[in-house]
Design a protein around this ligand. Structure first.
Ligand SMILES: C[C@@](CO)(OP(=O)(O)O)[C@H](O)COP(=O)(O)OP(=O)(O)OC[C@H]1O[C@@H](n2ccc(N)nc2=O)[C@H](O)[C@@H]1O
Ligand SMILES: Nc1ncnc2c1ncn2[C@@H]1O[C@H](COP(=O)(O)OP(=O)(O)O)[C@@H](O)[C@H]1O
Length: 285
C-alpha cells in the first residue's frame, strides 16, 4: 500500500461486554439490555480503496470461516449508504466468527467509518446502523459505553481504564439468536447507578464482581466448553475476574499485570492448542 493510492484504514476493535444484563423483551422479540461495553486493542481491520464497483476480499487468520458474498456485513454496511459508489474493500479477519465479541458488528461499523471518509458521505443514521446489527451503534466508537435499549441507547463514558486482559475462545461458534431464545427469564435487574472510578482498575474489578452476564447460563448449556474456559482462566495466577462476553463463547479475564496475563496465556496454550488465546489491552480512543 502506498500513501497515494487513496486507501483508508479503520480498526474494528473486539467488543467486550464487561456486563450484560437482559432487562426485558420487546414485542418484536428483541431483548432489552443494560451492558457495560469496552473495546480491546486486538481486532479486525477494514481498508477501502477507490474503485468503480464494490468488491470485498478477506484475509487474516479467520478468513476461511467467512465468505465474501452479498450477505457479509461489510458489504451490507457499504450498501446501507444507498449510494451507487464503488470501493475495493479488504477485511483482515483476526477475530473468531460468531464469538460474542462483535466481530461482524465491528467490521460493519469500521466499514461505515471508512467509506464515509472515502466517499465524503454522511454516516447512515442510527436506524440504518441497528438494521445491520444491534451491536453496530456501540461499535462506532472505541469508548467505554453503557449500552441500553436493544443496543441503540448509548451513554459514552470515555476511555477505558488501562488493563491487562486475556481473551479465550474454545473454537466453538455460538448463535446469538439461539442463546437469546434459550434465556429462561427475560426480565432481570439492571446494573444500578453506582459506577466504578473510570481510571481505577481495582475499583472496576470490585464493581464487576457484583454484575452479571445473563446470557452466560444459556450459552454454557449450548456450548459446555465455556465452563472449561472459565474454570481454567479463573485458576490462573493473577486472574482477578473471568467472565463470558456477549452471547459467547469468548471469555475474558482481567489480570493483575501483563506478566501474569502472558504467563497464563503460555500455560493455557500448552494444554489447549486448539483454543484461540489472545493477550490484549484496552483499545486506544
Ligand atoms: C448479544 C450481543 C451483546 O452485545 O452481542 P454478541 O454476542 O452478538 O457479540 C448483541 O446484543 C448482539 O448484537 P448483534 O450480533 O448485532 O445482533 P443482531 O445481528 O441484531 O441479532 C442477532 C439475533 O440476536 C437477537 N437479539 C439481538 C440483540 C438484542 N438486543 N436482542 C435480541 O434478541 C435477535 O433477535 C437476532 O435473532
Ligand atoms: N464480516 C463478518 N464478520 C463476522 N461475521 C459475519 C460477518 N459478516 C457476516 N457475518 C455473520 O454474522 C454472524 C455473527 O457473527 P459475529 O458478529 O462474529 O458474532 P458475535 O457478535 O457473536 O461475535 C456469523 O454467523 C457470521 O456468519
Amino acid at each position: 500500500m502506498t500513501p497515494t493510492d487513496g486507501a483508508v484504514t479503520e480498526p474494528a476493535f473486539a467488543k467486550i461486554n464487561l456486563t450484560l444484563h437482559v432487562t426485558g423483551q420487546r414485542a418484536d422479540g428483541y431483548h432489552l439490555l443494560d451492558s457495560m461495553v469496552m473495546f480491546t486493542s486486538i481486532g479486525d481491520e477494514i481498508t477501502v480503496r477507490p474503485a468503480d464497483t464494490l468488491r470485498l476480499t478477506i484475509d487474516g487468520p479467520f478468513a476461511a470461516g467467512l465468505s465474501a458474498d452479498d450477505d457479509n456485513l461489510v458489504l451490507r454496511a457499504a450498501r446501507s449508504f444507498g449510494l451507487n459508489h464503488g470501493a475495493d474493500i479488504t477485511l483482515t479477519k483476526r477475530l473468531p466468527v460468531a464469538s460474542g465479541i462483535g466481530g461482524g458488528s465491528a467490521d460493519a461499523a469500521a466499514t461505515l467509518r471508512a467509506l464515509s471518509r472515502l466517499w465524503g458521505a454522511p454516516l447512515p443514521d442510527l436506524a440504518a446502523q441497528v438494521a445491520l446489527g444491534a451491536d453496530v451503534p456501540v461499535c462506532m466508537s472505541a469508548e467505554v459505553t453503557r449500552m441500553a435499549g436493544i443496543g441503540d441507547d448509548l451513554t459514552h463514558l470515555g476511555p477505558a481504564p488501562m488493563l491487562d486482559m486475556l481473551l479465550v475462545n474454545p473454537g466453538v461458534g455460538v448463535s446469538t439468536r439461539v442463546v437469546f431464545e434459550a434465556l429462561a427469564r427475560k426480565t432481570n435487574p439492571p446494573m444500578g447507578d453506582a459506577m466504578p472510578d473510570p481510571f481505577d482498575i481495582d475499583d472496576w474489578v470490585v464493581w464487576l464482581a457484583d454484575q452479571r452476564n445473563d446470557l452466560e447460563a444459556p450459552a454454557r448449556a449450548a456450548a459446555p466448553e465455556i465452563d472449561q474456559v472459565l474454570s481454567r482462566l479463573s485458576a490462573q495466577q493473577g486472574c482477578q475476574l473471568a467472565r463470558m462476553s456477549g452471547s459467547g463463547a469468548t471469555c475474558f479475564a482481567i489480570f493483575e499485570d501483563a506478566d501474569s496475563r502472558d504467563n497464563a496465556a503460555a500455560a493455557l496454550r500448552v494444554g489447549h492448542p486448539s483454543w484461540w488465546i489472545a493477550p490484549t489491552d484496552e483499545a486506544p480512543t
